[in-house]
Design a protein around this ligand. Structure first.
Ligand code: GAP
Length: 446
């Protein structure tokens, strides 16, 4: 991975995530379970925003897409046909001295990176989690936790075609959990064994695959820009021949510049007709498309944009994290930590803050809060906070990425106006209560 000069320490992000309720270590009271994470009250909202943004852009705003939600457990023949049972492996090497294990392609030394001990020859380590279905633990009842959501789409190809009458080119989108028994995990939520994917299988006429592949790369890049990632921190990298998955004719990764270097956030592969063909052979079912123009049954090619929800969240947190030196009213210099999240992604879009807890201010502030909560634009993405000083409350909202605070003060009782305070500039604007909702809408969209 390439060097990055960013001073950002990933521990700062993980401690902010814990402190403010974005992400917690899983099973923490039992000492935690390695590299598994739980999304807290703000994390779950952030993740939902990412998924909703993706679903809007990829399904609702397009005429050529439909959705699906297939089960995690699938018939074991699925994984025989897909090639995962045979080929879904990573090269494992182990240190003869300290017994640490590594993915051979993730280290760039011939010896153990930890203790310089001698490494074993690589052996292929299978990445699928195996379990048993039903009450008997025998070979006949083995099932696997899916390592990608894609196969749920391929096996439903006929069901979707028959129920929707979609014409080529068209795609099926799915968001769901996947599981991989990774040899090494790490970098917080970047590489874990349980993670969520947002995948599309886009079916095209053979021959049109390369052009459509290029188009998808551009569409996906734009989506990452739309959710607020800095274009300078995004790049597209083609896979070398020896990196390609067993099913791929060509793959391009969208990579993000993380503090530890460039890392994949999305793969966009040309899977050809590999999967439909393999499932046809294994199941005996015809998974073809009738092309009216040629009067032929054809097996479509597939372009697959496949992204990780958790990696998108990780990139968003890294991209949004900022520290600024500011001077307070009393002349003290302090560090302001803020998450400059795009308002469409921020878990809280507006916070309503009465200047103090007071029998006159509180009812007014509560009524402002209740009105805004009912607005379509803000909905549940709102907080009411009246604990501690106003300065501390602004800092708290900055740290969780709230773009706008609405402050209700004693003047509000007379002039029926409140102050909107902006996260990034700290600018304050006085607006009347009648226009508050439209002013907030303008600011959230600008
Ligand atoms: N169906 C295609 C496929 O599975 P992939 O490149 O192996 O392709 C797609 O995975 C995306 O899933 C990656 O770009 C990444 O964002 C995410 N992903 C893969 N393994 C992951 C892991 N161990 N932890 C978190 N996210 C992961």
């Amino acid at each position: 991975m390439a060097e990055n000069n960013s001073p950002l320490d990933i521990d700062k992000i993980s401690s902010l995530c814990k402190r403010r309720g974005f992400i917690f270590q899983s099973s923490e009271i039992y000492g935690g379970l390695a590299s598994t994470w739980d999304y807290g009250p703000l994390g779950v909202e952030l993740k939902r925003n990412v998924k909703e943004h993706w679903w809007n852009a990829m399904v609702w705003e397009r005429d050529d897409m439909v959705g699906l939600d297939a089960s995690i457990l699938m018939h074991p023949d699925t994984w025989r046909a897909s090639g995962h049972l045979e080929s879904f492996t990573d090269p494992l090497v182990e240190c003869n001295d300290c017994n640490r294990r590594y993915r051979e392609d993730h280290i760039d030394t011939e010896v153990c990176p930890e203790c310089s001990g001698e490494l074993t020859e690589p052996r292929l380590f299978h990445l699928m989690f195996k379990t048993f279905m039903g009450p008997v633990e025998e070979d006949a009842s083995i099932v696997y936790l899916r390592p990608e959501t894609a196969q749920g789409i391929f096996v439903n190809f006929n069901n979707v075609i028959n129920s929707t009458r979609k014409k080529l080119p068209f795609g099926i989108a799915q968001i769901g959990k996947s599981f991989r028994n990774e040899i090494t995990t790490g970098n917080f939520i970047f590489r874990t064994r349980e993670f969520e994917m947002m995948e599309i299988e886009y079916f095209v006429m053979p021959g049109e695959d390369e052009e459509i592949h290029d188009k998808w790369i551009q569409d996906c890049l734009s989506w990452y820009r739309d959710i607020g990632l800095d274009p300078e921190n995004l790049r597209v990298r083609p896979h070398d021949e020896d990196e390609l998955s067993h099913y791929a004719k060509a793959t391009y990764d969208i990579e993000y510049r993380f503090p530890w270097g460039w890392g994949e956030i999305q793969g966009i592969a040309n899977r050809t007709d590999y999967d439909l063909k393999s499932h046809m052979e294994m199941s005996g079912e015809k998974l073809t498309y009738f092309d009216d123009a040629s009067g032929q049954h054809i097996i479509p090619y597939v372009i697959e944009p496949s992204s990780g929800v958790d990696r998108a969240v990780m990139a968003l947190l890294v991209d949004a994290y900022n520290e600024e030196e500011i001077t307070s009213a009393s002349g003290k210099t302090e560090t302001r930590v803020l998450l400059k999240l795009d308002p469409s992604i921020s878990p809280v879009k507006v916070a309503v803050l009465p200047l103090s807890r007071n029998e006159k201010l509180t009812p007014l502030a509560k009524s402002v809060f209740d009105t805004l909560r009912k607005s379509n634009l803000i909905g549940g993405h709102i907080q009411y906070d009246d604990a501690q000083s106003i300065g501390r409350r602004y800092r708290r909202q900055d740290e969780i990425g709230t773009p706008l605070c609405v402050t209700v003060d004693f003047d509000s009782l007379d002039d029926n106006a409140v102050t909107i305070r902006e996260r990034d500039t700290m600018e304050q604007t006085r607006v009347s209560l009648e226009t508050l909702e439209s002013e907030l809408a303008l600011k959230l969209k600008s």
